[in-house]
Design a protein around this ligand. Structure first.
Ligand code: SAM
Length: 263
């Protein structure tokens, strides 16, 4: 069971995604428990002010520290053992290993969603000074308008790794990044479509041959699309041979096509 709180100025944005597909099912199955917390409900003025202009000038508004820290305190009052995840483009990059680490963490995960120009720096400083574990996490090198989509991406990627969330537990064992390699090519019916055929081996019913073909396809996909992943991996001797064969075929295909172009 993964337990989270999402602190946001836009609760409906988070709730609409949580009410759909796998995230909704995971909650129904009791494998995910998410509380969406409206940061504005921790303001105390008539206008429910949660943001203000940055000191020193500059564009836009910043989320004020008091409502966010009050919201965190109210969660910690009933559940002191929390892990705080501040969504931020300057944070460490979210990846499959982080998703797995989150879903295996028994603590309550508190996601803080910034908006506008971001969050007053003292939110992070005060929580760290109070001894709370705070991760600043980015979902990629681009800037979103708010942290809501980032928090949902992280929750989605983590919760699907919990046993019982997906119908077929094998789905997460063989997919991209589960073993540093990208997933193999997949096909469904029809067998032939616009003269492109499903590889015969997949129709053969020969499980050993299918396994081998898929492994080769995984290596080929990773080599073609994300060679950086292969550089980080120490390949088994058999895989080195398969990869050398893939590279040899690729260079002879390139040679053939350049011959065709020049003839
Ligand atoms: N002024 C900030 C900067 O230049 O780094 C960007 C603020 S952004 C417009 C508003 C909020 O969206 C951030 O506080 C953060 O919560 C969220 N956000 C934006 N990009 C993100 C990313 N790549 N990963 C995670 N959160 C992001």
């Amino acid at each position: 069971m993964m337990r989270c709180d999402v602190l946001t100025l836009f609760p409906s944005m988070v709730e609409s995604v949580l009410g759909t597909s796998m995230l909704s099912l995971a909650q129904e199955k009791g494998l995910l428990d998410v509380t969406v917390v409206d940061i504005r409900s921790f303001t105390h003025d008539r206008h429910r002010t949660a943001d203000d202009r940055p000191y020193g000038g500059g564009a836009g508004m910043l989320l004020k520290p008091e409502p966010i820290l009050e919201a965190v305190d109210s969660i910690c009052a009933t559940c002191p053992d929390v892990r705080i995840v501040m969504t931020s483009p300057r944070g460490r990059q979210f990846d499959q290993a982080y998703a797995r680490n989150m879903c295996e963490d028994s603590r309550r995960l508190v996601f803080i969603c910034g908006h506008y120009e971001g969050i007053d720096e003292r939110v992070r400083m005060v929580m760290a000074a109070e001894g709370r574990e705070v991760d600043e996490v980015s979902i990629g090198d681009y800037v979103l308008t708010g942290g809501e989509l980032a928090a949902l991406v992280m929750i989605d990627a983590s919760v699907r790794l919990i046993s019982g969330v997906l119908g077929d537990t094998d789905s997460v064992k063989e997919e991209s990044f589960s073993s540093t390699l990208l997933e193999y090519a997949q096909y469904t019916r029809p067998v032939e479509f616009r003269s492109a055929r499903v590889p015969d081996v997949l129709l053969s019913g020969h499980h050993g041959a299918i396994r081998e073909w898929r492994h080769r396809s995984s290596l080929a996909n990773t080599y073609a699309r994300r060679p950086d992943l292969l550089e980080k991996k120490v390949l088994a001797h058999d895989d080195q041979l398969i990869l050398a064969d893939i590279q040899k075929k690729e260079s002879s295909e390139n040679l053939d096509s350049s011959r065709r172009l020049s003839s």
